[in-house]
Design a protein around this ligand. Structure first.
Ligand code: NAD
Length: 310
């Protein structure tokens, strides 16, 4: 068996293929990645340092499996088998060496991610990936043992529902690592795109461009928020309009990304004043109950803010 191949252990009593997948961080993304990996037959260790977060993740995962059975997507036996393949652990120190893959999904802070990745690399995984949405892979790879095995694995939320996986190739990433990232995506039921390590990768750069322009159009009084969104939904078959999507992502998150992209590419990514004003006023989108639309109990209220806000 080549050093690059996964290490099947078909004798494992928990079933699956026996390949081990370690996911670090059991937040929104990490638990989704762990859920999907367990469903793909991996033996998953989901690492979470915060006991409250770990408990919440365990409950959320149980809900996800129950819902999948309730909706007929999994049989009760399949859900039970997936559940048996996933273990929550309190720290990377508890994880055995040489897993097939480690995916880091801790908060978007450079020094935290670097520390977690350095520790994860000591496990000598065949493939080491970061779910960063904006930090350059080259910066995360600095000082990393075996950087040729490291790359970006940018999943989308919710992981079980979103087909895309952005495979981000850093300057030190080996071709075999990229191929392994693409193979991992397919095994997890995702459709990969391979992108170079430039700020915003492919998705944020394009998505934020559209979102910022829609906000400028709203400020210019071109149309109401609802009509700007409707134009893209009906005219371009986007599943959701750029302003509603900004509400879902979070206006503060989009503002941060705009600043990052402005630093990298110049003023074409300068955030519109309206976006800065709304964030300063606490209108962050769905999570705060008000962005370009109003949200109650997680649902968009029918009557959107029709007129431009300024
Ligand atoms: P989150 O805050 O929901 O979860 C992060 C988890 O990591 C927390 O539970 C935290 O306790 C845990 N953690 C912190 N330090 C740890 C450590 N040393 N070891 C183990 N666990 C640790 O964050 P999230 O939204 O899941 O985002 C995670 C990453 O995914 C970020 O880089 C983010 O940019 C990226 N991302 C997020 C989304 C999204 O929609 N939320 C989409 C794509 C990518």
């Amino acid at each position: 068996m080549s050093e690059w191949s996964e290490r099947p252990d078909p004798g494992d009593p928990r079933g699956g293929t026996g390949d081990r997948c370690v996911v670090v961080g059991a937040g929104t993304m990490g638990l989704g990645i762990a859920y999907v990996a367990a469903g793909a037959g991996y033996l998953v260790e989901l690492v979470e340092v915060d006991p409250d977060r770990a408990q919440a993740a365990g409950k959320r995962l149980a809900d996800l499996w129950d819902r999948a059975v309730g909706r007929g997507r999994l049989t009760a036996e399949e859900a039970a088998a997936n559940r048996r393949r996933l273990t929550l652990v309190g720290g990377l120190a508890e994880v055995a060496a040489e897993p097939a893959v480690v995916v880091e999904a801790v908060p978007e802070r450079l020094e935290l991610k670097r520390a977690v990745l350095r520790q994860a690399a000591t496990l000598r995984p065949a493939l080491l990936g970061s779910n960063t949405s904006s930090i350059p892979i080259a910066e995360l790879a600095a000082g990393l043992d075996r950087p040729e095995r490291f790359l970006g694995l940018h999943f989308f939320n919710p992981v079980w529902a979103m087909a895309l996986l952005e495979v981000v190739v850093g300057p030190a990433t080996a071709e075999q690592t990229t191929a392994a990232g693409v193979a991992l995506a397919r095994r997890l039921g995702k459709d990969p795109v391979v992108v170079r390590d430039l700020p915003g990768f492919a998705t944020s750069r394009l998505g934020v461009t559209l979102g910022l322009e829609a906000i400028r159009m709203l400020a210019d009084g071109v149309a109401s928020a609802a009509d700007i969104d409707k134009a893209m939904v009906l005219g371009y078959r986007h599943p959701v309009g750029p302003l509603e999507l900004t509400d879902l992502v979070g206006l503060d998150v989009r503002l941060d990304i705009a600043h990052t992209l402005q630093a990298a590419y110049g003023d074409r990514f300068a955030p519109p004043p309206l976006l800065e004003e709304l964030v300063a006023a606490g209108r962050l989108g769905k999570k705060s109950g008000h962005g370009f639309y109003r949200w109650v109990d997680g649902s968009k209220v029918d009557s959107p803010d029709g007129e431009p806000t300024r």
